[in-house]
Write a protein that binds this ligand. Structure first.
Ligand SMILES: Nc1ncnc2c1ncn2[C@@H]1O[C@H](COP(=O)(O)OP(=O)(O)OP(=O)(O)O)[C@@H](O)[C@H]1O
Ligand SMILES: [Mg+2]
Length: 289
C-alpha cells in the first residue's frame, strides 16, 4: 500500500500542521488504506472539531524483542490522529523509548505493523524509510543533541538539510522557527552560551522547522528545572494548538495529567489510554505544584 515514490524528495511540504489547510499531502493516498483500522475507539472525544481526521500513527500488535531475550514491547496497539497531543507515561524500563523509536521509524518492530502518515513501514527499504522520517517526523531528546560550536540558527537549519531548500532559505526558516520558540534574540548563540531550557527550545525549533506530520519528544523536560520544564511543555501545547501532532514521553505524572491524552505503559504493554478532558491548555498553565 501507498508505495508511491514520494519519499525520496520532499519539495512537497504539504504536511503543514495547519489543519485548516487543504490536506494535499503526499501521504493522503495511503491514509485511506488504513483509515478506520478498528482503532477509532476515541473518535469524537474532542481532540478537534474536524469531523474528518487523518491517522498519523497506527501501530497494530507491535512487539519488540531484544537479545537477552527482553520483550521491550508486547502487542502494542496505538493510533494517533492528526492534531493530537499525547503523553506516553510509565516506569523506567517499561518500553517508552522503544515505543517512540518505533513510532519514529528509527527502529523496526519484531512483529506487528507500523503505519506512519499512511506509509507501511515494513514495505519501505531503509533508504526510503530515512526519507520518510526526514519528511514526516521531528525528534526532541532529553539531552538536546545540539551540535557544539554551531549557532542556534545553524543547529535549527540542520533540520532542513534534506529538504532540497537552498542554504539561505534554510537559514531564514531556521530564524523564523527560533522566533516561534521565543529565541529571536539568540539566533547567533552557540549551545554553550544557552541555558538548558533555551537549548531544549532550540532542539524543538529544529524538530519543527520542517513542519513534520509528527513531533516526538523523549523526556524533553528531564534535564530541566521545573520552571524551564513548564516553559517547554507550554511551547509544546502552543505548537499543538497551532496544529502539530505531538507525542511526548514523560515519567512526571503531574505533566502527564495536563495533557489531553495519556497512554500508560507497563512491562511493554499499554495498560491505559485515557483522555484528560480538563486539560484545556490555557486553563492548566501554572496549575498544580
Ligand atoms: N538495545 C537494547 N538491547 C537490549 N535491551 C534493550 C535495548 N534497548 C532497551 N532495552 C530494554 O528494553 C526495555 C525497555 O527499554 P526502554 O528504553 O524502552 O525503557 P524506557 O521506558 O524508555 O525507560 P526509561 O524511563 O528508563 O528511559 C528495558 O528493559 C531495556 O533494558
Ligand atoms: Mg527511555
Amino acid at each position: 500500500m501507498s508505495r508511491h515514490a514520494d519519499t525520496g524528495r520532499h519539495a512537497d511540504t504539504g504536511t503543514a500542521p495547519d489543519t485548516s489547510a487543504a490536506p494535499s499531502t503526499s501521504a493522503a493516498p495511503g491514509t485511506s488504506a488504513y483509515a478506520g483500522t478498528g482503532t477509532d475507539a476515541h473518535a469524537g472525544t474532542g481532540t478537534g472539531t474536524a469531523p474528518r481526521t487523518r491517522t498519523v500513527v497506527a501501530l497494530n500488535g507491535v512487539t519488540k524483542e531484544y537479545p537477552g531475550p527482553v520483550a521491550a514491547l508486547r502487542g502494542v496497539d496505538l493510533t494517533v490522529e492528526e492534531g493530537e497531543l499525547l503523553g506516553i507515561v510509565g516506569p523506567s524500563g517499561s518500553g517508552k523509548s522503544t515505543l517512540l523509536h518505533i513510532i519514529g521509524t528509527l527502529d523496526r518492530p519484531t512483529a506487528g505493523s507500523v503505519h506512519i502518515a499512511g506509509h507501511d513501514v515494513a514495505a519501505l527499504s531503509d533508504r526510503r524509510l530515512s526519507a520518510l522520517r526526514a519528511q514526516h517526523v521531528g525528534f526532541v531528546f532529553q539531552a538536546f543533541h545540539l551540535v557544539p560550536g554551531v549557532s542556534a540558527r545553524d543547529n535549527v537549519a540542520e533540520g532542513l538539510l534534506y529538504s532540497g531548500l537552498s542554504r539561505s532559505v534554510r537559514r531564514r526558516k531556521a530564524a523564523e522557527a527560533l522566533e516561534r520558540v521565543g529565541l529571536a534574540d539568540r539566533v547567533d548563540h552557540k549551545p554553550h552560551q544557552l541555558s538548558g531550557g533555551q537549548k531544549q527550545r532550540v532542539a524543538i525549533a529544529r524538530a519543527v522547522v520542517g513542519e513534520p506530520a509528527l513531533l516526538l519528544a523523549d523526556e524533553p523536560t528531564g534535564a530541566l528545572d521545573s520552571a524551564s520544564g513548564e516553559a517547554v511543555m507550554q511551547l509544546l501545547r502552543d505548537l499543538n494548538r497551532e496544529g502539530a501532532t505531538i507525542a511526548v514521553i514523560t515519567h512526571d505524572t503531574e505533566i502527564a495529567r495536563k495533557l489531553p491524552r495519556e497512554v500508560r505503559i507497563r512491562d511493554g504493554q499499554v495498560v491505559a489510554d485515557v483522555r484528560n478532558p480538563s486539560s484545556v491548555p490555557s486553563m492548566v498553565t501554572g496549575a498544580g505544584r
